[in-house]
Design a protein around this ligand. Structure first.
Ligand code: CUA
Length: 336
């Protein structure tokens, strides 16, 4: 527990000077899909609220006006059988209300689903895993994990990002409340959504579909860069891992261990696809899908025993000796 408390304190250091939109509040949207959903929810809430007020008022009135009174006799009041006017009213009014709700909802859904993809759109394939996120940039040879970078999309310079969502195992759901509604991530199926964040900064999100032990720690960070910063980030991520001539022993130790069967380090013989791509590990602000800040110290604790930090994580404790652990960390920290 102390460990987690320290980790949370450390997350403040994760932002690296960027604005952190940490409120994850769907009522403060900063992208068109989230605004559309928010506006629709206000309309639905207003209509349902009006119905509640009318029904509750009539009920309260009837309870008070027609309550039992001592001075009246106990005989039944006059009974009314059938009224065409009342029956038409309570049929037509609800039908109209349902019609309005259906049409406005369908219009928002259609507008979001049929958004045409402009030529400059950024494509990202999002793959949900137990319990982390993989982000692939097709055609660009860029693969990263847990922190998705996309460019800002302003009115003057629109550049939306179109996501294809897939699952490597069970059902997940991708939700960054300030950017868009939830989209389910389903095995053997590709779902689609798009985002056009209006402000740069880091946006927080969560997996929103229960997917096992560490569902609650399957956190999402969307880093929205300026156009220049995004292109810089892409160019850096495209590079293979830095050749690390300074510590050949550390490198040899890493490649002698089973790490390479699950992880990829681009440009090396590590081509495992089960765990997160490590090519530019140290360029990411957090570890364990956003749970803890990414520093050499936290990385050491994570590699030493992931189960302490994230019980149930599919990464095993490798039972490394102190020397092996030091060498693995020395190598991993070169992956800038
Ligand atoms: Cu993935 Cu819940």
């Amino acid at each position: 527990m102390l460990w987690l408390a320290l980790a949370w304190l450390g997350l403040a250091a994760e932002s690296r000077g960027q604005t952190v939109h940490a409120i994850a509040d769907m009522f403060k949207p900063l992208a068109s899909p989230a605004s559309a959903v928010r506006d629709l929810s206000y309309l639905v809430f207003a209509i349902c609220g009006a119905i509640f007020v009318v029904v509750a008022s009539l009920l309260t009135y009837a309870l008070i006006r027609f309550r039992r009174r001592a001075h009246l006799d106990d005989s039944e009041p006059p009974q009314v059988y059938g009224s065409n006017q009342i029956e038409i009213a309570w049929t037509v009014i609800p039908v109209l209300i349902v019609f309005v709700l259906t049409m406005t909802t369908a219009r928002v859904i259609a507008a979001l689903q049929d958004k045409p993809q402009p030529a400059n759109a950024v494509q990202v394939t999002v793959i949900g895993h137990q319990w982390w996120w993989e982000f692939r940039y097709p055609g660009l040879d860029v693969v990263t994990a847990n922190e998705m970078h996309i460019p800002v999309s302003t009115r003057a310079n629109e550049r939306p990002s179109f996501l294809t969502l897939e699952s490597a195992d069970v059902a997940h759901s991708f939700w960054v409340p300030q950017l868009a509604g939830k989209t389910d991530v389903i095995p053997n199926r590709a779902n689609h959504m798009w985002l056009d964040p209006h402000e740069t900064g880091i946006y927080y999100g969560n997996c929103a579909e229960y997917c096992g032990t560490q569902h609650a720690n399957m956190l999402i960070r969307v880093v929205v860069d300026s156009a220049e910063d995004f292109d810089k980030w892409l160019a850096h991520q495209k590079q293979p891992a830095a050749a690390d001539a300074s510590a050949p022993a550390a490198r040899a130790a890493f490649f002698g261990l089973a790490c390479v069967t699950c992880h990829t380090v681009k440009g090396t013989r590590a081509i495992g696809a089960f765990g997160p791509d490590l090519t530019h590990l140290m360029s990411r602000g957090t570890l364990a899908s956003g749970m803890i800040p990414n520093t050499p110290e936290t990385l050491r604790s994570w590699v030493n025993d992931p189960q302490v930090i994230k019980p149930g994580s599919l990464m095993p404790a490798m039972q490394l000796t102190d020397q092996e652990l030091a060498q693995v960390i020395a190598y991993l920290t070169t992956l800038q």
